[in-house]
Design a protein around this ligand. Structure first.
Ligand code: HEC
Length: 189
C-alpha cells in the first residue's frame, strides 16, 4: 500500500516535470518564431533595398538615362537623380518615323511588376529603343529595374506619341539616319 502510494506520487512528479518540460519547449519555440519573424522582416527589407540598388546600377550601366533623361548625356551624367527617366520631348527621327523616349516614371506608375516583365521581354517596337537588349535581360534584373524606377516615384509628363514615317513631327527631333552613305564607297576604293 505504501509503496503503491509512493509510486503514484512519483508518477505525478513525472507528469508534472513532463508538463513543465513541454511548456518550456513551447515557450522556447515561440521565442524562436518571434525572433525569426523579425529577422525575416529585416532580411526582406534589406533584400528590397538590394533590389533597388541593383536596379539603379542596371539603369546606369544600361544607358537608359542617355535617352530617357533629357540632357543626361550632355551633362556627362550629372543630371540630378530626381529628374532621371522622366522621358524626352525631343524625338528620334528615322525611316521608322519619329519616336520619343517614354517617361518611365509614369510607365511604372501605370503597370504592375508582372506586366512590366511581360512587356519588356516581349515588345519589339521601334528604334532606337534597344528592345532586343531588354528582351534578353534576366527576369530578376527587369524586376530590379522596375522597383528602382518605382522607388523614384512618378514625375513629369508623358512623352509625345510616335509620329509615322510620312508625317512631319511638331517637336524638336534628332535625325537618326545615316547621311552620305556614298562616302563609304569612296572610302573603300
Ligand atoms: C537610344 C535611346 C534609348 C535607350 C538607350 C533606351 N531607350 Fe527605352 N525607349 C526609347 C524610345 C525612343 C522609346 C519609344 C519607342 C517605343 O516605345 O518602342 C523607348 C521606350 C521604352 C519603354 C516603353 C515604355 C512605354 O511606356 O511604352 C521602356 C519600358 C523602355 N524604353 C525602357 C528602357 C530601359 C529600361 C532602358 C535601359 C536599359 C532603355 N529604355 C534605354 C529610347 C531608348
Amino acid at each position: 500500500m505504501k509503496s503503491n502510494q509512493s509510486n503514484k506520487s512519483k508518477q505525478r512528479a513525472r507528469l508534472l516535470s513532463g508538463a513543465f518540460f513541454l511548456s518550456a519547449v513551447l515557450i522556447f519555440a515561440a521565442l524562436v518564431a518571434c525572433g525569426e519573424g523579425s529577422d525575416t522582416a529585416i532580411a526582406s527589407e534589406g533584400q528590397a533595398r538590394n533590389m533597388e540598388a541593383r536596379g539603379k546600377y542596371l539603369v546606369v550601366i544600361g544607358g537608359c538615362n542617355d535617352c530617357h533623361t533629357i540632357g543626361y548625356p550632355e551633362s556627362g551624367g550629372k543630371t540630378p537623380e530626381s529628374e532621371w527617366l522622366t522621358g524626352a520631348p525631343v524625338g528620334f527621327r528615322g525611316p521608322w518615323g519619329t519616336t520619343y523616349p517614354a517617361n518611365l516614371r509614369l510607365t511604372v506608375a501605370g503597370i504592375d511588376e508582372e506586366n512590366w516583365v511581360t512587356m519588356t521581354r516581349s515588345r519589339e517596337a521601334l528604334p532606337p529603343m534597344p528592345w532586343p537588349s531588354l528582351n534578353q535581360m534576366d527576369e530578376q534584373d527587369l524586376r530590379a529595374i522596375y522597383r528602382y524606377i518605382k522607388s523614384l516615384g512618378p514625375k513629369g509628363v508623358k512623352a509625345p506619341l510616335a509620329v509615322g514615317p510620312d508625317q512631319e513631327p511638331q517637336t524638336p527631333y534628332i535625325l537618326f539616319e545615316p547621311q552620305h552613305m556614298e562616302r563609304l564607297q569612296i572610302g573603300n576604293n
